[in-house]
Design a binder for this molecule. Structure first.
Ligand code: FAD
Length: 455
């Protein structure tokens, strides 16, 4: 008998419950990936993620070939393609990892209906794309936690299953054609500094992180120039690394760095349980509603300056240019740039969230939308009216200006922390090809407070 494993955001062989279940139950397995045209139609396969995905698929195929198998790739409507492959190979069942978005729920429902109509079963596996399943820890009064700290307390007490070893051998039926694997070179619009994808690359990064990054994480986490975070987010997004395995391995390493790192992994699950309970929060204000945002049309010039990294605020511009160059940004930089757009410029958070999703290699519906809402003050932040000051924050998290000079060449000649306030430079200012601030911080703050008072 034959089972199909439909890979989605779980592009790995280590710790893969759907693959393990399929191999335990069947003689032959079809490891399948479908480039779903609904994802393309929604604009969600942005160039950086498409290029990283190509690496992941090639690496998954290579890993399967080492074990006597191969990856089968199709494109089109995911339900139609899975049913076609299941029919071609006469498979009894299909295995799939659970996911939280409304899109994933719809896919699962449609798939189940279509397969059952043909007498096949769909098995959905829980702890593949997260560590703790959304909905398993809840407060007594609601179906999900809206505040992180109590969620984290409960989350930390959950017993996680043990990670699974990768399979030794995978036998794929001869009858099914492999299809064409994409390459990253097919995506010329990708960012020039985009990281490499794939499970092997993810495991290499993880090993290096556990060896020499994790111990310093608690202290170095917010240092913009030090770049001392794991950069594992694209691997978590595409599932080339397992969140369950990461929590286990960090805990085993122990120490304050590991504790701080596990807490960040819990944030990932936290946002997933919010989105699972409130799928509409991907686009609608979650807790506090604001109708007075400036739209992209009204604030066109400001939004363009923000996207281009030409707001006149050096730390904001450095971060926005890093995003364009690498398809990735440090968490502190994400907080600053999002606060600047949503609060200082008072532009609808969805405009910023869309731009992030267009560029981030780790662009992830739950993490991106729920973090944007957190920063915009419409989400789960318990201090929704705080506004981050880019000068104060720049001086705190990039104290000697190294991060700014790395990404804003126009300011490379400005030494030390003075780089955070180019408008104070006196005569030197005149020769710098660097814009004036798009808005004064006091004016931005006044507009924000006034709008909030009326909201
Ligand atoms: P590390 O600091 O090494 O953390 C380890 C892992 O924990 C990360 O890889 C990530 O999976 C998780 N994590 C860390 N911080 C958060 C957080 N605040 N919320 C949820 N999970 C977290 N993360 C994404 O993966 N995709 C996104 O689209 C995304 N958009 C964001 C948008 C905004 C406005 C903000 C403020 C944050 C966003 N984040 C997003 C969260 C966070 O910034 C990134 O996960 C982190 O910067 C990735 O770098 P790292 O892997 O080095 O993180």
């Amino acid at each position: 008998n034959v089972s199909v494993v439909l890979f989605t955001c779980d592009l790995r062989l280590h710790d893969h419950p759907p693959l393990r279940a399929a191999l335990d139950g069947a003689r032959q397995v079809v490891p399948l990936f479908v480039r779903d045209r609904a994802v393309t139609a929604a604009g969600f396969d942005a160039p950086n993620r498409r290029a990283f995905l190509a690496d992941c698929l090639r690496d998954l195929d290579a890993g399967l070939r080492e074990r006597g198998g191969r990856l089968v790739v199709r494109s089109g409507d995911v339900v139609a393609e899975v049913c076609r492959v299941a029919a071609e190979t006469d498979a009894d069942e299909v295995h799939l990892a659970a996911d939280v978005s409304a899109f994933a729920h719809r896919r699962e429902r449609r798939l189940r209906r279509a397969l059952e109509a043909e007498g096949r079963r769909l098995h959905v596996h829980d702890t593949v794309t997260w560590a703790v399943t959304p909905g398993t820890v809840t407060p007594s009064s609601s179906d999900h936690f809206a505040v992180f700290t109590p969620y984290f307390r409960h989350w930390s007490r959950q017993r996680l299953r043990d990670p699974l070893a990768p399979p030794r051998a995978v036998r794929v039926p001869d009858a099914v054609g492999s299809g064409r694997l994409p390459t990253r070179e097919e995506v010329p619009e990708r960012s020039p500094g985009l990281a490499a994808g794939g499970e092997r690359e993810g495991r290499r990064r993880l090993a290096a992180w556990l060896r020499s990054g994790l111990a310093g994480y608690a202290d170095g986490q917010d240092d913009l120039a030090g770049d001392a975070t794991s950069r594992l987010s694209p691997h978590l997004h595409f599932g080339t690394l397992s969140p369950v395995e990461l929590v286990h391995r960090a805990r085993r390493a122990g120490g304050p760095g590991a504790e701080a790192f596990v807490r960040q992994l819990a944030w990932r699950d936290f946002h997933r349980q919010v989105l699972a309970a409130r799928p509409e929060a991907a686009s609608a204000d979650y807790r506090t509603k604001h109708d007075r945002w400036r739209s992209e049309d009204t604030a066109h010039a400001d939004v363009e300056a923000w996207r281009a990294g030409r707001t006149g605020y050096p730390v904001i511009d450095a971060a926005m240019r890093q995003l364009r160059h690498e398809g990735w940004m440090h968490n502190r930089a994400r907080l600053l740039t999002a606060s600047f757009l949503a609060k200082t410029l008072y532009v609808d958070w969805r405009v910023g969230a869309r731009h992030f999703l267009d560029l981030l290699v780790d662009g992830d519906l739950a993490n991106n939308q729920m973090n944007w809402q957190w920063v915009a003050g419409t989400g789960t932040d318990s201090r929704p009216n705080r506004v981050l000051n880019p000068v104060v924050q720049g001086r705190r998290y990039d104290p000697d200006g190294t991060y700014v000079r790395r990404w804003v060449p126009e300011l490379r000649g400005v030494p030390g922390p003075a780089v955070h306030e180019p408008w104070k430079l006196g005569r030197e200012r005149a020769v710098l090809d660097y814009p004036e601030p798009v808005v004064g911080l006091a004016d931005g703050l006044a507009r924000f407070r006034e709008a909030r008072a009326r909201a």
